[in-house]
Design a binder for this molecule. Structure first.
Ligand code: ADP
Ligand code: MG
Length: 323
């Protein structure tokens, strides 16, 4: 099977949150230590991502906006590597075909940066500019030329919420990166970027959560679990406060949510969900990653083991904590 077939599902930019996801993942891949995400009008009119990563060489800018122009895929195996976020080489091309794009970028080897503009996927402006090392990409008027897709967008509140959920998860999956999130000129949060999960959680969520979190840690064979769970005084009516990261990447897993439910089942009513920030490190040979670009679902080879390991770790901690 060829790499191109596996990734043929194609990049579809469905909504503002998809743009944010692709651009932030590029910033992470570029070794950024600080990433700013700014949106206006739910990202429909304005999305800005600024990073202090490695930047793009001036001669590579047009190339970066061409389809399948990835600089990242080196072997078939990379597709399965959870740590390589970008592997399709289509995001910038797709985004530029449905919006107006401005990019400002500079590498450490260049004295000046470059500012460029794209319309309908084609470069229409390119010139030198003074700027720090890193990349800023501004997306304006998403779907201005694809009215059908624009019409499918939900209300500003809903689209903003999609972006916020995503930004929270990205910030939590990279506590070593400082994330700053701005909505309509208002600062929402800045994480410290100091590697500490706890301080990242505190800067993202309400202060109430601080006194209700319990740290957990356990290790068995090739599997390591760390993170924070909430005591029974803190819960929600949905799972939005439950985040699961496997090998540093945010994922969804029915097995793991089952494990959480199981651990709390005698402590919380059925419709109440505790906050859980679980970080699982596992040998990549023990998981299958669904390689469809839009999906974040993974499968564990030994589901029972994973479920029991997580459930028992949480249960034991809850038993030994003064709730
Ligand atoms: P992919 O991430 O799959 O390689 P993209 O279309 O998302 O494809 O990006 C194309 C290329 O542009 C990347 O491979 C990378 O070389 C470059 N690039 C994109 N964003 C950034 C960034 N923020 N910093 C540095 N390089 C970037
Ligand atoms: Mg990418």
């Amino acid at each position: 099977e060829k790499i191109t077939n596996k990734i043929a599902a194609g990049e579809v930019i469905e909504r503002p949150a998809s743009v944010v996801k692709e651009l932030v993942e590029n910033s992470i891949d570029a070794d950024a230590k600080a990433i700013t995400i700014e949106i206006k009008n739910a990202g429909k009119t304005y999305i800005r991502i600024t990073d202090d990563g490695i930047g793009i060489y001036r001669d590579d800018i047009e190339l970066a906006f061409e389809r399948h122009a990835t600089s990242k895929i080196s072997s078939d195996r990379d597709i399965y590597n959870l740590n390589s976020l970008g592997f399709r080489g289509e995001a910038l091309a797709s985004i530029a075909s449905v919006s107006n794009v401005e990019i400002i970028t500079k590498t450490k080897d260049d004295e000046f940066g470059i500012r460029a503009e794209f319309r309908n996927g084609k470069i229409v402006y390119k010139n030198e500019v003074g700027c720090p090392v890193g990349t800023t990409i501004i997306i304006k008027d998403l779907f201005y030329n694809t009215p059908v897709r624009y019409k499918f967008l939900k209300s500003d509140a809903t689209e903003t919420n999609y972006i916020s959920i995503l930004v929270n998860k990205l910030a939590l999956s990279h506590p070593e990166i400082s994330f700053r999130y701005i909505i309509n000129n208002k600062n929402i949060f800045t994480t410290p970027g100091n590697k500490d999960i706890y301080s990242a959680i505190l800067s993202i969520y309400d202060k109430e959560i601080a006194k209700n979190l319990i740290e957990i840690y356990n290790k068995k064979d090739d599997v390591k679990l760390r993170g924070y769970i909430s005591n029974i005084n803190y819960s929600r009516g949905n799972r939005q406060m439950q985040s699961i990261f496997v090998n540093g990447r945010y994922i969804k897993s029915k097995i793991i949510t089952k494990a959480i439910d199981e651990a709390y089942k005698t402590l919380l009513p059925l419709n109440k969900y505790p906050a859980c920030f679980l970080y699982l490190d596992i040998n990549p040979n023990m998981i299958d990653v669904n390689i469809h670009p839009a999906k974040t679902e993974i499968r564990f080879h030994n589901e029972e083991f994973i479920k029991n390991f997580i459930s028992n770790t949480i249960k034991e901690k809850l038993l030994n904590t003064n709730l």
